[in-house]
Design a protein around this ligand. Structure first.
Ligand SMILES: [Mg+2]
Length: 259
């Protein structure tokens, strides 16, 4: 495999593991809509269930949650909670923001859980399916398939979200294995990488991993992945990636050699 004409690795790469959100697809608008829906629902439930809170205190929730989620104007911070973290971690950070307003932890957690469930029910699967694939990713996947390199997805989205995206872009046949938030261990545990490699019949030292967050890249490094690459074109604002990892801004910068 070559990056801008230079070999990335001495030996053969047997498999490439791809992050989904911000790597295989542009997820910013969908995730921004999800973050805003969660903010609105938490605000609604807070006012309904805790009318004893002063309005001035309740009014602090929305800006606090927006900051927590990494909402920045009409975009998302590419390394923020909504962009990178699992639903479970987002739920905990939401409960923390509620606790900061004076709610007890059990009430904060219950309210956050109810708001998230409400948003899950109203979340449109079409929105999930409607994420745009990043430019040139179909061509790269075809090259990889043609060269006999296995591909896999490693994501903090759930199984359903990954399947909806792959089906809507007809990408399912390109991927031999998936690792979602429904699996244990999961991202960013390096053991998730090792398990996924094992599902593919290979090992990290014969694989590449491409992601748009430092948590992806560090996980890959710790798992002993041979080629760790940062992808920077999935967000309006480029993600702040550790410069020691090679990075690419378009899939055409990668070239797959047939062995
Ligand atoms: Mg990502």
């Amino acid at each position: 495999m070559l990056l801008r004409g230079r070999p990335l690795h001495q030996g053969e790469i047997e498999a490439v593991l791809f992050d989904k959100d911000g790597t295989l697809c542009h997820s910013e608008l969908r995730l921004l809509a999800l973050a805003r829906a969660r903010v609105n629902q938490c605000q609604r439930f807070l006012e309904q269930r805790h009318p004893q809170l002063a309005l001035s205190v309740a009014a602090e929730l929305a800006p606090r949650l927006e900051a927590t989620y990494g909402v920045q104007g009409n975009g998302l911070h590419p390394a923020g909670t909504t962009a990178v973290a699992s639903r479970e971690h987002n739920l905990i950070s939401t409960a923390t923001a509620l606790a900061q307003l004076g709610l007890g932890w059990p009430e904060a957690l219950e309210l956050a859980d109810a708001a998230f469930q409400h948003c899950d029910l109203t979340a449109d699967d079409e929105l999930s399916a409607g994420s745009t694939a990043t430019d040139g990713v179909h061509e790269l996947l075809q090259q990889l398939c043609g060269a006999g390199v296995a591909c896999a997805v490693i994501s903090n989205d759930d199984q359903q979200g990954i399947a909806a995206f792959l089906a809507s872009h007809n990408l399912g046949p390109c991927f031999a294995a998936l690792r979602s938030a429904d699996h244990h261990p999961r991202k960013p545990d390096p053991a998730a990488v090792v398990a996924l490699c094992s599902d593919l019949g290979t090992e990290p030292g014969r694989c590449a991993l491409i992601g748009d967050a430092n948590s992806d890249l560090l996980m890959a490094e710790r798992a002993g992945v041979a080629v760790v690459l940062g992808y920077g074109a999935g967000w309006q604002q480029p993600p702040p990636l550790e410069p020691r990892f090679p990075q690419l801004a378009h899939w055409r910068e990668l070239e797959v050699l047939r062995t």
